[in-house]
Design a protein around this ligand. Structure first.
Ligand code: CA
Length: 616
C-alpha cells in the first residue's frame, strides 16, 4: 500500500565536472583505521555515521554551493520496502554503493549510479515478541563499514557482520536480549578493530551498558556498565565501586538506567572513545531513594579506552536526574580557540537545553549556556560545571506538580547537528519550547519487566517522551489516578525566548561565545537532521518531509523540496560519484502498522499532540 511504503531518495545537482581516475581509484580502497581517521579530508565517501570519527557531519565537498544549490533535483529513488514508520538511518556510501538500514533492521546495498538493489538482508525480527519491549520507537539509526564488512545492529539485540559485496552473514553476536528489556537503536562505531555498540530502554528496568566486539570474529572484547550492580557481588571495575557510593536503597533491583542509544565519538590521538548515557530509572530520584545523590554514571559523558573499556574521565551533565534528561545526544569533537588557546573540545547540545563545551582530553568543564528555553535550572556553575537546579524542579521531594522546560523530549534529541569550521557555527535542530509536567506517582509499585517511570498519569506535558525521545510512549504510562493538583508555578526561564507559534528551529550556535548567530523555522530536536559543507551550505531534513538548504554563514534559504516522506525522516549525507556531488537521505511514509502485543503500537492519531508535531 502506497501510504505505508518506505522510501529512499537520492538528489543531485545538474552540470558537473568530468570523472577523474583518481576518484575512481580511491573508491575501491579498503576501509581501515587510517581511512576512517582521514574520512573528513577528501569527503568523497561517507564511511561512518557522523562522516568522521569526530562526528561533525561536515563535508569538504563544494561542487554544490550557494550559486547552484537551487538546481538540485531528484536523481533516483528506491523503495526500501513495505511497513511504514520512521526511517532514521544515516546511510553510508563506499565503493560506488549506498548501504542503509530500515527501522526493522533490514540492511540493503544499492548501486549508487542507478539506485538498483545489489543485495538485501532481513534479520527476520520476531516483531510481535520484540515490539512490546521497544520503549521509544521502532527505529534504527545506522550501520558501520570496516574491512569489507557491513556491521549492522538488529533492534532485537543482535549484532551482525555482513559481507559488503554479497550481504552474506560472516558472524553474529548477541549483545542483549529483548526479554531482558533491552533493544538496540543506535549506529555502531568502529575504533581500533573493534565495533562499539550500546543498548536502549531505560524506561524499563535495565542496567545500561555498551560493549566492544572484535570486527573479525564477533567475540566480545569488553563491556562497560554505566551504573553499578548488586553491591553484594564483586564490582566489575573501580569505576563501579566509585559509582555505588552515589546510589542508595536497593537501586539495582530496578536496573538504574543509564542506557546508551545515540551519541558516540572517537579521538584516535587521545585514544579515547566518548559515550553519552541515558536517564536514571525510575525517573524521580525520590523513588530511587537518592535525594542529594549523584547516581553515577547516568546522564553523563564518559571517556573510555578503546582497547580495554577502562574509564579515563566522566562528566555528569545531570547529577541525580529526575527529568528523563538522557545525555546521549550527539558528541562532536573539534578544536576551538578559546581565550587565545587552542582547545581540543567535545561538545553536546543536551536534551536539558544547555550547550556544553568540555576539554576532551581531560574532561575539564569549559562552558555551558542555554540554547533553548530552560526553567529546570538557573544555569551551570561555571567553576564546578554542575547545574544550579531550581528548587521547584524537585517535584518529587516536594510532592508537587510542576511544568518544566525542556520536557522529556528535550531541547535537542537525536536529530543530528553539524559543525562548519569556516563559519565556526554548529547547526542544532532545536525544539525551542519543549516542556513537561511532572508529578511523582504516589502509588508507585515496581513492576518487573514493564515501564517504571514513576510519574503519575497526566503528569507529562507537551513535548514529552515518545518515539525516539528516550521517553516512553503514552500508552505505556503507569495507570495511577491523577493526584490532587498541588501545582507550583514554573520557575523563571533562561535562554533564547521561543518565537511565537514556532516549536522547532534550526539554531546556528557559536560554541566559542556560546551565543546564537541565526535561526530559521522548521524541524526540531527529533527527526531529520543536518549536514554542512565547504560550499557554505547547511542542508536540513525536516520531519514534515522537507529538504532545505541555507547558506551557512547567514541562514538564508536557498532551496526547499517537499519529498512527501512525512512518516519520519533521517539526516542527509553527501559524496562524490563519477565526478558529481550527490546528497542522499531516507524517509518513511505512514505509521508502522500495529501488530502483536500492544506496546508502542499506537497510531499517531492516538499520540499526544506534542509528539505529532515533532515526529509524524
Ligand atoms: Ca529516557
Amino acid at each position: 500500500m502506497r501510504a505505508r511504503e518506505m522510501r529512499w531518495l537520492s538528489l543531485w545537482v545538474i552540470g558537473m565536472v568530468a570523472v577523474t581516475w583518481a576518484v575512481m581509484a580511491q573508491q575501491s580502497r579498503r576501509v581501515d583505521d587510517a581511512v576512517l581517521k582521514n574520512a573528513s579530508k577528501s569527503g568523497d565517501e561517507w564511511l561512518t555515521y557522523g562522516q568522521n570519527p569526530g562526528e561533525t557531519r561536515y563535508s569538504p565537498l563544494k561542487q554544490i554551493d550557494v550559486t547552484n544549490v537551487s538546481r538540485v533535483g531528484l536523481a533516483w529513488s528506491y523503495d526500501v520496502g513495505p511497513g511504514g514508520g520512521s526511517q532514521e538511518g544515516t546511510p553510508l556510501f563506499w565503493n560506488g554503493t549506498i548501504y542503509g538500514i530500515t527501522n526493522w533492521s533490514v540492511v540493503f546495498a544499492l548501486d549508487a549510479r542507478t539506485g538498483k538493489q545489489r543485495w538485501r538482508w532481513d534479520p527476520e525480527v520476531n516483531q510481535a515478541a520484540v515490539r512490546p519491549k521497544v520503549c521509544c520507537g521502532i527505529v534504527n539509526r545506522g550501520i558501520a563499514v570496516y574491512q569489507g564488512k557491513i556491521i549492522a545492529p538488529v533492534i532485537d539485540g543482535r549484532l551482525e557482520a555482513l559481507d559488503a559485496e554479497s550481504g552474506k552473514v560472516l558472524w553474529e553476536a548477541r549483545v542483549a536480549f529483548p526479554q531482558d528489556n533491552y533493544t538496540i537503536t543506535m549506529a555502531p562505531r568502529i575504533a581500533k578493530g573493534k565495533v562499539i555498540i550500546g543498548v536502549s530502554g531505560a524506561e524499563y528496568p535495565v542496567r545500561g551498558f555498551f560493549a566492544a566486539y572484535d570486527t573479525n570474529s564477533g567475540q566480545m572484547a569488553w563491556r562497560f556498565y554505566t551504573v553499578p550492580g548488586d553491591p553484594s557481588k564483586p564490582f566489575e571495575n573501580a569505576a563501579m565501586k566509585k559509582a555505588a557510593e552515589t546510589w542508595d536503597g536497593d537501586w539495582w533491583k530496578m536496573g538504574g538506567g543509564g542506557t546508551v542509544w545515540d551519541g558516540m565519538a572517537y579521538d584516535p590521538e587521545a585514544d579515547l572513545i566518548y559515550i553519552g548515557t541515558g536517564n536514571a530509572g525510575p525517573w524521580p530520584e525520590k523513588l530511587r531513594k537518592s535525594k542529594g545523590k549523584d547516581n553515577l554514571y547516568v546522564c553523563s559523558i564518559l571517556a573510555v579506552k578503546p582497547d580495554t573499556g577502562e574509564l579515563k574521565w566522566y562528566y555528569q551533565n545531570v547529577p541525580g536526574d529526575s527529568w528523563d534528561f538522557d545525555s546521549v545526544q550527539q558528541l562532536m569533537l573539534t578544536d576551538l580557540i578559546i581565550n587565545g588557546l587552542t582547545r581540543k573540545v567535545i561538545m553536546q547540545a543536551n536534551k536539558n537545553g544547555f550547550y556544553y563545551v568540555l576539554d576532551r582530553v581531560t574532561g575539564a568543564f569549559i562552558s555551558a549556556q542555554p540554547f533553548a528555553q530552560v526553567t529546570w535550572a538557573k544555569g551551570i556553575d561555571q567553576e564546578t560545571g554542575r547545574p544550579i537546579v531550581n528548587p521547584e524542579a524537585h517535584y518529587d521531594q516536594n510532592d508537587e506538580t510542576v511544568t518544566l522546560a525542556p520536557g522529556p523530549g528535550g531541547a535537542h534529541n537525536w536529530s543530528p547537528m553539524s559543525f562548519n569550521p569556516s563559519t565556526g557555527l554548529v547547526y542544532i535542530p532545536t525544539s525551542t519550547s519543549s516542556t513537561g509536567t511532572f508529578t511523582v506517582d504516589p502509588n508507585f509499585v515496581y513492576k518487573p519487566g514493564q515501564t517504571n517511570l514513576g510519574i503519575a498519569r497526566g503528569g507529562r506535558g507537551a513535548g514529552g517522551g515518545g518515539p525516539d525521545a528516550g521517553g516512553a510512549a503514552p500508552d505505556t504510562q503507569p495507570t495511577a489516578p491523577a493526584p490532587a493538583p498541588n501545582t507550583r508555578p514554573s520557575p523563571p526561564a533562561i535562554g533564547p525566548p521561543p518565537p511565537e507559534g514556532q516549536r522547532g528551529m534550526l539554531v546556528a550556535w557559536d560554541p566559542v561565545t556560546q551565543k546564537e548567530r541565526w535561526r530559521a523555522p522548521g524541524g526540531g530536536g527529533i527527526g531529520g537532521g543536518t549536514l554542512t559543507t565547504a560550499g557554505n551550505l547547511v542542508f536540513q531534513v525536516i520531519p514534515d518531509g522537507r529538504f532545505i538548504a541555507y547558506n551557512a554563514d547567514k541562514g538564508e534559504k536557498l532551496l526547499e523540496i517537499q519529498t512527501n516522506l512525512r512518516g519520519g525522516m533521517g539526516p542527509p549525507i553527501t559524496y562524490i560519484l563519477d565526478g558529481k556531488q550527490y546528497i542522499s537521505l531516507m524517509g518513511g511514509t505512514g505509521p508502522v502498522p500495529p501488530r502483536g502485543g500492544g506496546g508502542i503500537a499506537a497510531p499517531p492519531a492516538q499520540r499526544k499532540r506534542g509528539l505529532e508535531v515533532e515526529k509524524v
